[in-house]
Design a protein around this ligand. Structure first.
Ligand SMILES: [Zn+2]
Length: 172
């Protein structure tokens, strides 16, 4: 009980100090173990089919060993869709922590085609054709960019939609 009360107090303080500072207060070992100067956070979906394409993308971008990773159903859709509102704060807290701990300069959101989370969030029709699907992700990624710009104005933002074969379009 005492522990959860203390966590609550730290969490509330976290909104004033920044979630990264709260993470450091809760886990001082994180600062020792993981502080440094890294490039990016990659936000991706939990879908098993997209893990390797996302990793290959990181290899091509020479980001291996240089990025933190946040993986959640729908990628940017998991962060902005009302259907998943219980998840949103976890992303913002982790992004703030990675900025503080890892000094990342950018966030790269990688949505993907044939994503079940898009169907859950916006309905089956939202990904019924490749064109409609592209527009669904274009809107979600635009909302994602707006929210990141509001909360973390110094962070660079890249947003893309990847097919299961690893080909992708930039949607910015
Ligand atoms: Zn997905």
């Amino acid at each position: 009980m005492e522990v959860s009360l203390r966590c609550g107090a730290l969490h509330r303080r976290g909104f004033l100090l920044g979630a990264g500072a709260a993470a450091l207060a809760l886990h001082p070992w994180l600062a020792r173990a993981a502080s440094g100067d890294y490039q990016a956070m990659i936000l991706g979906c939990i879908d098993p089919r997209i893990q390797e394409p996302v990793h290959d993308y990181a290899v091509k971008r020479k980001l291996v060993g240089q990025y933190s990773s946040f993986t959640i159903a729908g990628a940017a859709i998991g962060v902005v869709a009302p259907a998943f509102d219980q998840w949103h704060q976890a992303f913002w807290d982790n992004l703030a922590a990675s900025i503080e701990l890892h000094n990342i300069k950018s966030v790269i959101a990688i949505d993907h085609r044939d994503c079940s989370a898009a169907k859950i969030a916006y309905g089956d029709a939202s990904i019924a054709t490749p064109e409609v699907e592209t527009e669904t992700h274009r809107k979600a990624l635009a909302e994602f960019r707006n929210k990141v710009a509001e909360r973390q104005p110094r962070l660079k933002i890249e947003t893309l939609l990847m097919a299961l074969d690893g080909s992708f379009v930039s949607l910015s």
